[in-house]
Ligand binder design. Structure first.
Ligand SMILES: [Zn+2]
Length: 282
C-alpha cells in the first residue's frame, strides 16, 4: 500500500481519487463485459463493491481479500495468485521454501511501455536491493521464473505486486507518479514481505482507529498470523502503511500505541528492513 503525498490536501485528494478510480474502473470493466446498461449506477454510486470481498485461506489462516480485475488483492496492494489461494497447494501452505526466491536471485524484465522515468526508478531501486540486501535482482535472459515490471496507470502514484516467489511469470505494477521508495516497497512484496502493521505483535506498538476506516476496508488492517515476524516491530519500515491509509474522514487510521502520530517512510530501506530481508535470504 503506497501513497506518496506532497501535502495533506494533496494526500486526501489523491488517496480518494486513486482508490475510487481503481474501483470505479474495475466496476466499469466488469460491467462492460456483461451489460452496458448497468454501468452508470454501479460505477458512479458504488465506489466499493462488497460483493468483490472474498474469504479464503492462506498459510492456514482465514483471510479476507478483494477480487477485482481478475486478481486477488490482499492488504490493499498485495496480489495473491489463484494457486496461492488454492487450498492444499504447496504455495497455499506457505513457508519459506515455497515463498522465497531460490538463492535470493530474482530475475526481472521491464515492460516496453514503462517509460524512462519509471525505468530509472526501477534501476535505482534494484541498485538498493543489490547493494544492501542478499537478494540479487538480475535482468532476465531466458529464465522461466521471473518478475515483469508493468506500467499501471498514467495518473496514479500507486503500485501492486504478487507476494513472494510464485514460479513462472509474476508482476510488479507501477503507476506514473510512484516514488522510488514505493517501488522499493512493492519489490519488498516480491521478496515475500507483508505489511508491518499486520504483524502479530503490532497492538503493542500501534493503535488501529477502526472508526476512521472507510466502509468495507477494515480487513486490510487484520493481523496476518501466518506470517513470520522477523526482528523488532519497525514503525518506520518501508513496509508500514501510512497514518491515514483508507481513512474515510482524513483522520488517522493508525497511530502509535500511545496515540501519538508517526512519520511515514517511503524514502527507502531502514536498517530493520535490510536486516529482515537478509534474515529471509541469509
Ligand atoms: Zn504494500
Amino acid at each position: 500500500m503506497n501513497k506518496k503525498p506532497n501535502s495533506p490536501l494533496y494526500r486526501q485528494i489523491l488517496t480518494g481519487r486513486t482508490i475510487f478510480m481503481s474501483i470505479a474502473i474495475s466496476a466499469v470493466l466488469i460491467s462492460c463485459s456483461k451489460n452496458n446498461e448497468e454501468i452508470t449506477s454501479e460505477a458512479q454510486t458504488n465506489a466499493f463493491n462488497v460483493e468483490n470481498v472474498k474469504k479464503g485461506q492462506l498459510g492456514g489462516q482465514d483471510i479476507t481479500y478483494e477480487r477485482k480485475n481478475g486478481m486477488n488483492f490482499f492488504q490493499g496492494d498485495i496480489v495473491l495468485s489463484d494457486k496461492q489461494l488454492a487450498e492444499g497447494s504447496e504455495l497455499n501452505k506457505g513457508g519459506a521454501s515455497y515463498s522465497r526466491w531460490p538463492s535470493g536471485k530474482i530475475y526481472y524484465t521491464v515492460a516496453s511501455n514503462m517509460g524512462s522515468i519509471n525505468a530509472n526508478k526501477i534501476t535505482t531501486a534494484v541498485n538498493e536491493y543489490n547493494t544492501k540486501t542478499n537478494t540479487q535482482w538480475i535482468l532476465r535472459t531466458n529464465q522461466t521464473n521471473y518478475v515483469e515490471f508493468i506500467f499501471g496507470s498514467s495518473s496514479g502514484s500507486d503500485g501492486w505486486a504478487h507476494i513472494g516467489y510464485q514460479g513462472g511469470k509474476q508482476t510488479v505494477s507501477l503507476d506514473q507518479y510512484i516514488s522510488v521508495g514505493s517501488v522499493i516497497h512493492e519489490m519488498g512484496h516480491t521478496v515475500g514481505l507483508y505489511h508491518e502493521h499486520t504483524r502479530k505483535d503490532r497492538d503493542q506498538y500501534v493503535k488501529i482507529l477502526w472508526n476512521n476506516i472507510q466502509s468495507g476496508q477494515s480487513y486490510n488492517f487484520n493481523i496476518y498470523n501466518s506470517g513470520t515476524d522477523i526482528g523488532p516491530f519497525n514503525i518506520n519500515s518501508v513496509m508500514m502503511y501510512w497514518p491515514t491509509s483508507y481513512s474515510k474522514n482524513g483522520l488517522p487510521t493508525i497511530t502509535r500505541a500511545d496515540n501519538s502520530s508517526f512519520t511515514y517512510n517511503r524514502t527507502g530501506f531502514t536498517t530493520g528492513d535490510i536486516n529482515t530481508i537478509n534474515a529471509m535470504y541469509p
